[in-house]
Design a protein around this ligand. Sequence first.
Ligand SMILES: [Zn+2]
Length: 273
Amino acid sequence: MKLLKELCETPGIPGREEKLRAIVRRELEGVVDEMRVDALGNLICVKRAAGKRRLMIAAHTDEIGFMVSHVDDKGFIRLVPLGGHDPRNMVAQRVTVQGKRDLIGLLYPGQKPTHLLTDEERKQQPKVSDFFVDVGLPGEKVKELAPVGSPVTLLRDFAEIGDSVSCKAMDNRLAVYIMIRAMQQAKRFAFETYAVATAQEEVGLRGAQVSAFGVEPDVGVALDITLAVDIPGVPEHERVTQLGGGTAIKLLDSSHIAHPGLVEAFRSLAERR
Ligand SMILES: [Zn+2]
């Protein structure tokens, strides 16, 4: 759990995955034959096997977050969102602003507190663009410490809850963890294997595309989280996975239809285990 906790708690918005790259590098040093970083920020870790076909395993290292776009005279920070945020989950969240030093802040929608809302105003849902960060410091100081472009990520401690775990950035640090452990524990490699810690997934799968063109694999496996929707409020026919029911094997999504042979190979492997 120590490595998973470290991966989840480490901040890394799209384009600023360097701290995650350092962890993957540390864990796979000596496990693979070669490590390189491409211009986009993908860390490509290669286990050589001359003459064998190429397998690329990809896990994105970035998390959804924000970039500072403006600081006003009172020190309130405006944001550009990176990745798909749900405003329902943002109200009063604690964040870190990674400026000249780390600043702890709170996310608020630019709206009156509930006590002051009229019935009409109460019906309006906040939008992601309504939110600002309050770091509790005077404007001049915030302008100096949190320049435009500073990354902002949720601040959340890793917690073990019952048989489960909870943290920010479980998407996709859980998959990064699985990729690291798989590489460390593999006893033999039937393919020349490329474990790629990819960059900028949350803003359009950019790292995976660039690195796939660089590696040119015969087989590609993308590791990511999915929704465990066996919960109240979701009808049974929409429950694509169940918590504790094993690994989910993707058949298709909005940008990809999986190769049926590969789906079958994974299915039979899962059933044998
Ligand atoms: Zn993801």
